[in-house]
Design a protein around this ligand. Structure first.
Ligand code: PLP
Length: 440
């Protein structure tokens, strides 16, 4: 892109971005098709991260484009309160069909953050409806990321997210310890063997606060945004057993893991552990239109809806819940996943993906490689006195070499669209290896 074509960059306050640095060295994408982005300079970039973990079916899918444009021409918008439109019901049925048995009541949102706040409210409303309104405490986990709403940052476990708003976090929240320990789990292939006992910390929190005050526990079954933390074997099973024993709802935040990332419709079905609520977003619409959802156990839904004799049962909702364009995109997206068997494809590719990822154990600066399904984290040794600098350079070098990865903390995260070809998996990890060789 010639400088004449660069728009005025000063007005946009970019999210989660080093604005000053970006505006000095802007990186603009202008097109996307299949596995590739095209930059403003006309360069092809292999998408190693499905955008922001969301374009699971690959870019520019014609069926989704057609569905959105048909819907925009036919009916742009319909109110979501007290009035419906057929596609929102059809989309809810389609999403329910991919959820674990029993989680078949679907509340639509527009993002992962909204899904999280919705799920937390449902948990509180549920206990209130069953006469245990004193159950208000929420339990998250260190290094959890649950979006940016006040609910999400309160249960989330990312210090900078919480620090700036510390006085405004919702009260009555506690946190489980995270499960990341390189002295025990470095270079695990798939689920680490060590760490299931960390779920027992929940018993400690129950003893401290008393179960009668606790509404819900929320965790990502596999934490993505804080550096790809794979749950130790048996850990999620323990969380489920302890929450069930104490009448505490278990919420899995599957904003990243939903829709095929692990080679199954959900991480819940991949691990065989069924929570009470699942938060979704990203892959639900292939990111073509912002969309999110909460899948809720029928009993939880029925308890809330049944507790009100007349009128609105749950005081919550968004102008754009089940927006016509979003539901058109959801229907077309889920159709592609099914027709092209993309979740099975991800599962089949995961062995080659794991092998390619773990070849990076030998690359310079690498202290850990971890993986599951089509997601991998490559953790680098922090540069003395400059935390995060090395991984940022690795990211920039990969971009220069035509591959887009993400980084968070000291970890490179890789999570390509599920349509990736075997040769592209090799290219992806090969480029990271080459990039690491060029940095100090
Ligand atoms: N929950 C998880 C697990 C996420 O990974 C994210 C985003 O990455 C969110 C919630 C927030 O989603 P959004 O950015 O759509 O609000």
């Amino acid at each position: 892109m010639s400088t004449a074509n660069i728009p005025n960059l000063s007005h946009l306050w970019m999210p989660f971005t080093a604005n000053r640095q970006f505006k000095e060295h802007p990186r603009l994408l202008v097109k996307a098709k299949g596995m590739y982005y095209t930059t403003a300079e006309g360069k092809q970039i292999l998408d190693g991260t499905s955008g922001l973990w969301c374009v699971n079916a690959g870019h520019g899918r014609q069926e989704i484009v057609d569905a959105i444009s048909r819907q925009a021409a036919e009916m742009d918008y319909a109110p979501s309160f007290q009035i419906g439109h057929p596609n929102s019901f059809l989309a809810a049925t389609a999403v329910a069909g991919l959820m674990p048995e029993g989680l078949d009541r679907i509340f639509f949102t527009n993002s992962g953050s909204e899904s999280v706040d919705t799920a937390l409210k449902i948990a509180l409303a549920y206990h209130r409806a069953r006469g245990e309104g004193q159950r208000t405490r929420l339990i998250g986990r260190e290094r959890g990321y649950h979006g940016v709403g006040f609910g999400g940052i309160s249960v989330g476990g990312i210090a900078p997210n919480r620090k700036a708003f510390s006085s405004s976090l919702i009260p009555g929240v506690d946190h489980l310890p995270h499960t990341h320990d390189l002295s025990k789990n470095a270079n695990s292939r798939g689920q680490p063997a060590w760490g299931a006992h960390l779920a027992d910390e929940l018993e400690r929190l129950v003893a401290l606060h008393d179960a009668s005050t606790i509404a819900a526990v929320i965790v990502e079954p596999l934490a993505g945004s804080t550096g790809v933390l794979v749950p130790p074997k048996g850990y999620l099973e323990k969380l489920r057993a302890i929450t069930e024993k104490h009448g505490i709802l278990l919420i899995f935040d599957e904003v990243i893991t939903g829709f095929g990332r692990l080679g199954a419709p959900t991480a819940s079905s991949f691990f065989g552990v069924t929570p009470d609520l699942i938060t979704l977003a990203k892959g639900v619409s292939n990111a073509a239109v912002p969309a999110g959802a909460v899948a809720v156990k029928r009993d939880v839904h029925d308890t809330i809806v049944g507790a009100t004799a007349n009128g609105i049962e749950f005081f919550h909702g968004y102008t754009y819940s089940g927006h016509p364009l979003a539901t058109a995109a959801i229907l077309a997206t889920l159709d592609i996943y099914a027709r092209e068997k993309l979740f099975e494809r991800a599962q089949k590719l995961s062995t080659q993906f794991e092998q390619a990822a773990h070849q990076l154990e030998a690359a310079p600066h690498v202290v850990d490689v971890r993986n599951l399904g089509l997601v991998a984290g490559i953790e680098l040794e922090s540069r003395k006195g400059a935390p995060g600098a090395r991984v940022a350079e690795a990211f920039a070098k990969c971009m220069d070499k035509g591959v887009m990865v993400r980084y968070t903390g000291e970890t490179i995260a890789v999570s390509p669209p599920l349509i990736i070809e075997e040769g592209q998996i090799a290219e992806l990890f090969g480029t990271i290896a080459d990039a690491l060789k060029t940095i100090a």
